[in-house]
Design a protein around this ligand. Structure first.
Ligand SMILES: Cc1ncc(COP(=O)(O)O)c(C=O)c1O
Length: 392
């Protein structure tokens, strides 16, 4: 069935202002998300925040159902948090580590995750090890197999890195984790919303993501999945009166669901907007979104590659909507600035965000152009002709 691009663009007010190739940074919200978020803020202003919460309770609760339906789990396995980093941290910092225990991670792990590994390694004596890549530049499942022993406490892998089109083989990694009975944490910040995600197919115990990127939700939203059987064993690094109840002077009891990872005060307008964004993505269908995103990114890579001095940097067997490239003799920041003058949005990926990966490739920065289903073939063409102008 043909993709209804016209409707996707009509629903997206931002498409009349910019060519937005920064969907992996923060996408353009569709109108229904914008409306639902603003509506709740207005309600808070009109009748009071607590009263608005009571009135909007159904919409707030719906966000848990929507997130669960999106990734194939149950609503009590979902915690809604303010971003992917906090979601990931709440899972990671719940795990007790001891000296000598091993954390296996990917070469493309995100800086915030790696900083957390370093902090815990310093405090506990746990050991961080990066699983080598295979010849395609993705996590080598074979190498992971070889690394498994009884000291491996956690496998923590980024699905799609911030720095390119790579899609790591997270289901194959999950199979290794399951067979060895090792906890498995997936950072799906850049993948949720651009491709189908199912936690049971992946075989992960925990998965974190954000709202503002490929899900097209409001900023300041994200969520965490924790498998029921694991959740019951984890005590979050901090608890408040929402996550736990003060049942006696010397005792508290944690909630039994994943909301033990949340806290009491939160942005309810954002939470409602996130639910609407998930519903909206599911109306398009994640399979259809994924097909279109891959096809647009493929067109972009194919048109960029032949240009003199342009090197497309994406790796992996399957490549997603994130396209990274460098141009000989032009600084990525300069390219970004010149594109911005034409109302074209991109971002720059820097070594500080994925140090292991970028150092291994001797890169310090790259231009990152990330497409979504509402981008058009004409925009891809326009983008490439602007790049061409910079070269000639
Ligand atoms: C792979 C990856 N993980 C985590 C994050 C952090 O997400 P957030 O900014 O929502 O905390 C990012 C952000 O770019 C990312 O690329």
């Amino acid at each position: 069935m043909a993709f209804d691009l016209q409707r996707a663009r009509q629903d997206t007010p931002g498409t009349t202002h910019v060519i937005h190739f920064n969907n992996a940074g923060s996408s353009l919200m569709p109108q229904p998300v914008l409306d639902a978020t603003i509506k709740h803020l207005q309600l808070e202003a009109q009748i009071g925040g607590y009263e608005a919460f009571d009135k909007a309770n159904e919409a707030i609760e719906h966000t848990y159902d929507a997130a669960a339906a999106l990734i194939g789990c149950s609503r009590d396995e979902i915690a809604i948090l303010e971003n992917a980093t906090h979601a990931w941290d709440m899972a990671f910092y719940s795990l007790p580590f001891q000296a000598g225990e091993r954390i296996l991670t990917s070469m493309t792990e995100y800086a915030s995750n790696y900083i957390a590994f370093l902090q815990i390694a310093r405090k506990t004596g746990a050991i961080i090890e990066a699983i080598p890549n295979d010849e395609h530049g993705q996590v080598s499942v074979e190498a992971l197999h070889q690394m498994i022993d009884e000291r491996v406490k956690l496998i923590a892998v980024t699905h799609v890195p911030t720095s390119g089109g790579l899609v790591n083989p997270i289901a194959a990694i999950g199979k290794v984790a399951r067979e060895a009975n090792i906890l498995y944490l997936v950072d799906a910040c850049q993948s949720v919303g651009q491709m189908p995600i199912d936690v049971n197919t992946i075989g992960c115990d925990m998965l974190s993501t954000t709202g503002r990127k490929y899900l097209r939700g409001p900023r300041g939203t994200g969520f965490l999945y924790v498998r029921r059987s694991v959740l019951e064993r984890l005590e979050p690094p901090f608890l408040d009166m929402h996550a736990a109840t003060w049942v006696a002077r010397d005792r508290y009891e944690m909630r039994s669901d994943a909301r033990r990872f949340e806290n009491w005060e939160t942005n309810y307008a954002g939470k409602i907007g996130l639910g609407v964004a998930i519903d909206y993505a599911m109306q398009w269908g994640l399979d259809a979104i994924w097909r279109r995103v891959k096809s647009l990114a493929y067109q972009l890579r194919t048109q960029l590659s032949p240009l003199p001095g342009v090197i497309v940097r994406d790796r992996g067997i399957i490549q997603c909507g994130i396209v990274t490239f460098t141009i000989e003799g032009l600084e990525p920041e300069e390219i970004k600035r010149k594109l911005a003058e034409q109302n074209i949005n991109v971002t720059v990926s820097v070594v500080e965000s994925t140090r292991l990966d970028m150092e291994a490739r001797s890169l310090t920065s790259m231009v990152r152009a990330s497409v979504h289903y509402f981008n058009s073939e004409e925009e891809v063409g326009r983008f490439c002709s602007e790049i061409e102008k910079m070269i000639y």
